[in-house]
Design a protein around this ligand. Structure first.
Ligand SMILES: Cc1cc2nc3c(=O)[nH]c(=O)nc-3n(C[C@H](O)[C@H](O)[C@H](O)COP(=O)(O)OP(=O)(O)OC[C@H]3O[C@@H](n4cnc5c(N)ncnc54)[C@H](O)[C@@H]3O)c2cc1C
Length: 383
């Protein structure tokens, strides 16, 4: 008799694990994918939306596409997870799996900072990116501020890339000379897990475009009426247009299931992505994987997708298909777009011991084209 594999979340990790499992497993095994959103949105492309290079339709795909591939797609909010019994409550239904994969990502929590959600645009959502695009194309003010409202967030390159791309957009509009661009970061350095050389490389990219960088600025309050930001270190800043990355948190359903540890995220074995529950795996942004250097593995599609492939092979091997997966190796890459058709390529081994071994190459047109090919490849998976 076939087994029932249930995947929770159809983002980068969940869609990859479900697709890969469907490819590996004979049809007698059932694969169910539960996702609340009707559409998959490619996070990396949100930055291109902000500068008007992509429309929302360009970067979103209906999740239902996956049902044409023999995956049973249930579009609904997951209300409860019982990991010990691999049981999930979805609406009035209770679903039970033989194998459970949790890929529920990270929720954004702008309301956790008083005043923040009214003060600017949360560009990590499609609606927020579209609103920022519209505000940026109308912008006639002096002070553009980009803010990270907590030190850890998915895609550590994204707020830096967003600042550089918006700088480019203002130059295209011929109004860059009119004002300032400031990036206030809660973290001590850009892309800190990748090491001091990468941080210095990103700082140089900002400096070359005249973007002022203020690390170690933890926002405590935003005042939309007076367009003021207050930081924990006593500093204050004014803005005319604010783009921010909201604090992240594991989804409520995951926290209530008792799946999270002190880190706030699901602990997993870093080589196998297994949780402490039998036949339950977790992967992607919802996990907390400590690195030897003390900080966690960054949250990024490059890791969620690699982890998903490893988990699919593990589940298949347990069902007698193929060899058990090799230990997950956390090789990752990303691109920092700087505008003008150029990007800096970052790549490395994030399980490096004693610290990740990561390089950031100088910006080139080839790297920009490689990023575009990566985006196209992702969206083609949903065709
Ligand atoms: C602006 C931006 C730029 C980025 N750029 C890059 C980049 O260049 N390179 C890179 O590698 N990464 C990038 N990322 C990060 C990348 O998008 C994420 O790390 C990746 O999507 C994580 O995959 P995941 O499957 O863990 O989570 P997600 O892709 O977020 O998927 C989680 C899914 O779970 C669903 N879900 C959550 N709770 C429930 C529930 N209760 N019921 C039902 N469904 C639920 C959500 O709707 C979502 O679809 C970027 C992200 C952003 C926002």
């Amino acid at each position: 008799m076939g087994a029932h594999v249930m995947v929770l979340g159809a983002g980068v990790g969940g869609s990859t694990v479900a697709t890969e499992l469907r490819r590996l497993l004979p049809a007698e095994h059932r694969i169910t994918l539960v996702e609340r959103a009707g559409k998959f949105v490619l996070g990396a492309s949100l930055l291109r939306v902000i500068v008007g290079e992509r429309s929302p339709e360009d970067i979103a795909r209906p999740v239902s596409v996956l049902s044409r591939r023999g995956i049973e797609v249930i579009q609904a909010e997951i209300e409860q997870i019982d990991p010990a019994r691999r049981r999930v409550v979805v609406g009035s239904r209770e679903l039970v799996a033989d194998y459970l994969v949790i890929a529920l990502g990270a929720d954004l929590e702008p309301l956790s900072v008083p005043g923040l959600s009214d003060a600017g645009h949360s560009f990590y959502t499609l609606d927020g990116a579209v609103a920022l695009r519209d505000a940026l194309s109308r912008f006639e003010g002096q002070r553009l501020v980009v803010l990270t409202a907590a030190p850890a967030y998915k895609c550590p390159a994204a707020p830096y890339e967003a600042s550089l791309l918006m700088e480019w957009r203002l130059r295209q509009r011929g109004i860059r000379g009119n004002g300032s661009i400031d990036l206030y970061a809660a973290e001590p350095a850009p892309m800190g897990v990748a090491g001091p050389k990468v941080s210095a490389g990103v700082r140089d990219l900002l400096a070359a475009k005249g973007i002022a960088y203020h690390p170690d600025h933890q926002i405590v309050r935003a005042d939309a009426a007076h367009r003021r930001l207050q930081f924990a270190n006593g500093a204050e800043a004014s803005y005319d247009l604010l783009a921010f990355v909201a604090p992240h948190r594991a989804p409520r359903v995951v926290r209530e299931a008792g799946l999270t540890a002190e880190s706030g995220w699901i602990p997993v074995d870093r080589a196998t992505l297994r949780t402490r529950f039998e036949r339950v795996w977790a992967l992607g942004d919802v996990t907390g994987i400590p690195l030897k250097m003390g900080k966690p593995l960054p949250k990024a599609a490059t890791f969620a997708a690699g982890e998903a492939e490893a988990v699919a092979r593990s589940v298949a091997a347990e069902l007698g298909v193929g060899e058990p997966a090799a230990a997950y190796s956390a090789l990752g890459e990303c691109w920092v777009e700087i505008g003008d058709g150029a990007a800096a390529h970052g790549h490395g081994d994030f399980y490096g011991d004693p610290a990740p071994v990561v390089a950031l190459e100088p910006p080139t047109g080839d790297a920009h084209r490689a990023k575009e090919a990566w985006e196209r490849d992702w969206l083609a998976r949903w065709a």
